[in-house]
Design a protein around this ligand. Structure first.
Ligand code: NAP
Length: 310
């Protein structure tokens, strides 16, 4: 067997993303030793039972000691405190990275604690599910998905090349981007869509007393797809909105204006305008499927009566 890419890798936070990285690292033989860290004893026990790490600890300091690659994979709001605790114990020449869904705030929160001689390169795999916790992880999570790296100015080129190759070996396609641009793009493609889902599901729940169970009964009419997104982890998403405030508020401003325009078109019976928009959006869906970023199957491949008959 060839030598693994890293002797020792520390994963801080072993939920969906952290445990998936461990599974994918094992698949590609990328680490001699994987050490996982998590805060709660109960999560530690669950992770131990699954067995995706060679060792597990509730101590940040013990986890990062001697690690060649350190990956922050907790909710973003915890990054600052973890970075402060681990900073003095990082191995010279190590690479520190993360998987957080926002990037500007991560650079501000973590950057100051990274000592000279340690390479800090933030990353964001655009891959996930609505599940969370150590049981949710699987090796194929990153296959064919994008991972965005946002190296701060002056990042060591060799370290960047190594991290890029690491993500490719996990199955991802890699793109390098400025952190501010990342935060705006993700506000449009991920953060605001999640906010819309949280909002519509909340509104429907408030109306439940009026509709008496019909929200659940007839949910296949589109609502169901929003509930899948709105089931995403509350801590993670609270932290995303608190840490990408500017970009989210900017995109929400545009969204509200466009929603008002739609409201007006419905009020004044402007069918042409509605038809034009819906035709444009249908083409976007086709583009996503053609790019291999989603399934072309009817109903996202869910078991429909039509599918069961086949
Ligand atoms: P998750 O499944 O909820 O896992 C988070 C893990 O972090 C849990 O094991 C939790 O363990 C641990 N944790 C929380 N606070 C901690 C602390 N202060 N110190 C140590 N461990 C702590 O979350 P996830 O979906 O993997 O998300 C992790 C990161 O990936 C987030 O930053 C998120 O923005 C990013 N991300 C998520 C997705 C997605 O779709 N889910 C996609 C891309 C990137 P305890 O039970 O011990 O607290």
């Amino acid at each position: 067997m060839t030598k693994p890419m890293f002797d020792r890798v520390a994963i801080l936070g072993v939920g969906l993303v952290g445990s998936s990285i461990a599974h994918a690292m094992r698949r590609a033989n990328l680490a001699g030793h994987i050490v996982g860290h998590t805060k709660r004893a109960e999560t530690l026990k669950r992770a131990k039972r699954i067995g995706f790490a060679d060792s597990l600890t509730d101590s940040v300091v013990k986890a990062v000691k001697g690690a060649d690659l350190v990956i922050l994979a907790t909710p973003v709001g915890a990054f600052g405190a973890i970075a402060k605790a681990m900073g003095p114990h990082l191995k010279p020449g190590a690479i520190v990275t993360d998987v957080g869904s926002v990037k500007g705030a991560v650079i501000t929160d973590v950057g100051p604690y990274i000592p000279k001689g340690v390479h800090f390169i933030p990353a964001h795999p655009i891959a996930g599910t609505e599940r969370s916790g150590p049981e949710a992880g699987f090796a194929e999570l990153f296959d064919g998905r994008w991972c965005i790296l946002t190296p701060p100015k002056g990042t060591n080129k060799r370290a960047l090349k190594t991290l890029k190759s690491f993500w490719e070996k996990l199955g991802s396609k890699v793109e390098v981007m400025d952190a501010k641009h990342h935060d705006l793009v993700l506000a449009v493609t991920s953060h605001v869509p999640h906010l819309i889902a949280y909002n519509i599901v909340g509104t429907a729940d408030d109306l439940r007393s009026v509709t008496e169970g019909e929200v659940i009964k007839y949910s296949a009419g589109g609502f169901r797809d929003f509930t899948r997104i709105a089931a995403s982890d509350p801590t993670m998403w609270r932290d995303v909105f608190l840490n990408n405030k500017d970009a989210v508020l900017e995109v929400l401003g545009r969204f509200s204006e466009d929603l008002s325009a739609l409201q007006r078109q419905i009020r004044w019976g402007d069918g042409d305008a509605l038809f034009k928009l819906f035709t444009r959006t249908r083409a976007i869906r086709r583009g996503i499927v053609d790019a291999g970023q989603d399934s072309a199957e009817v109903n996202f491949g869910r078991n429909t009566p039509a599918k069961k008959k086949r």
